[in-house]
Design a protein around this ligand. Sequence first.
Ligand SMILES: [Zn+2]
Ligand SMILES: [Zn+2]
Length: 81
Amino acid sequence: MDRKPWELPQESLKNKTRCQVLVRHAVKIGYLEKGNCEDCGDENTEAHHPDYTKPLEVIWLCSLHHHKRHYPNGPQVRSLG
Ligand SMILES: [Zn+2]
Ligand SMILES: [Zn+2]
């Protein structure tokens, strides 16, 4: 049988979005507990997925450190001088 589009593996953007929706729902129903940022302890966190095949295995990070997980070598600020 052919694979259905919604069963395509991990890399797809759709799956990423699905993971975020699942986490939000899991937090809402109390299945998952929102945590503080692993790096700095900030309470204002977002769910980071190390593995999108495991939608409910997340790391909690503030937006700054979340960004850093995705772009470890990216520019933090535009300081050229
Ligand atoms: Zn942080
Ligand atoms: Zn992330």
